[in-house]
Design a protein around this ligand. Sequence first.
Ligand code: KG4
Ligand code: ZN
Length: 343
Amino acid sequence: MKQKDIKILAIETSCDETSAAVVGNGRDVFSNIISSQISSHKQFGGVVPELASRMHIEKIDEVIAQAMTEANCTFQDLSAIAVTYGPGLVGALLVGVAEAKALAYALNLPLIPVHHISGHIAANYIEDKQLEPPFLCLVVSGGHTHLVKTDDYGEYTILGKTRDDAIGEAFDKIAREVGLGYPGGPKIDKTAKLGNEDAIVFPKAYLEEGSYDFSFSGVKSAVINYMHRARQKGESICREDLVASFQKAVTDVVIEKTMQAADQYQIKKIAMAGGVAANSRLRQEMEKACAQRGYSLNVPSLVYCTDNAAMIGAAAYYEYLRGNFADLDLNAVPNLKLDDMRE
Ligand code: KG4
Ligand code: ZN
């Protein structure tokens, strides 16, 4: 039962975004400040962990101050401080965790530990204020590819996950191979629009019958081998066709597996989460697949797909209602699993 408005200050520093947000009752975003480090990591072709930690330290206070100002909020208006404590880069996570602990201690407020993936899934509650569990969620990000049954707020059954690379990692690696640079996902998305996705047939890994696990290393190697072969033969490569065909191969698999799981578990509510859920082909084709079967589809708007603190504030609200608070000895857990959440 909602007694009063619960405003939570949420902090997210698990990778290369320093973000703070003020979220009301898990659904209303009063502010969501995101300071991206992309331009600094770009020159290295990917996220440099040490650099990420240092930049979080430099930015965190300013980002929190901005989030409070934009939300027109004082510390006295807050009910709790929430923070991503895993998974992610340990040095990066620690900056947010230390900051959140200091604030919770100084303000005498509860400290809410949030799982990064639970945050990504909760981004859907911001977008659709009526959405309630249970629903099936395809989590596709730079570090994770999970097909998850959201049984209740913050309660998940993992139906499948990647056995090798995360889907976003595959996007980023292929983008680097074809010279599109970092971050690869958005660049492939844009370039693929100019290509023919049926030009090259790349393998799709469905794995064993009935498995909801994923594998992207095969298609990644197939794309790289295709490029090497073409180079050896002196043939030119149409980069637009290549990335469009790659994008089709990986997105078709995740859509098909999501539909199979929805059919098997008879879940008619589908959602997507994570940075790769920003992919326009994935959004379009998933929409079509859901419409054909009469399933509903929730996808967060782009800003809530990639890393942001508002999603952490959304997930934190439901932890607040359960009284899931951390002590001040909370530590960063870089390899935190979604199944570890309630242990
Ligand atoms: O969720 P996120 O911001 O960070 C993690 O938690 O990993 O996801 C980042 C990933 C990167 O791999 C990035 O290339 C990918 O999301 N991404 C996209 C698109 N926008 C971001 N991939 C495909 N298409 C996009 N439009
Ligand atoms: Zn993320």
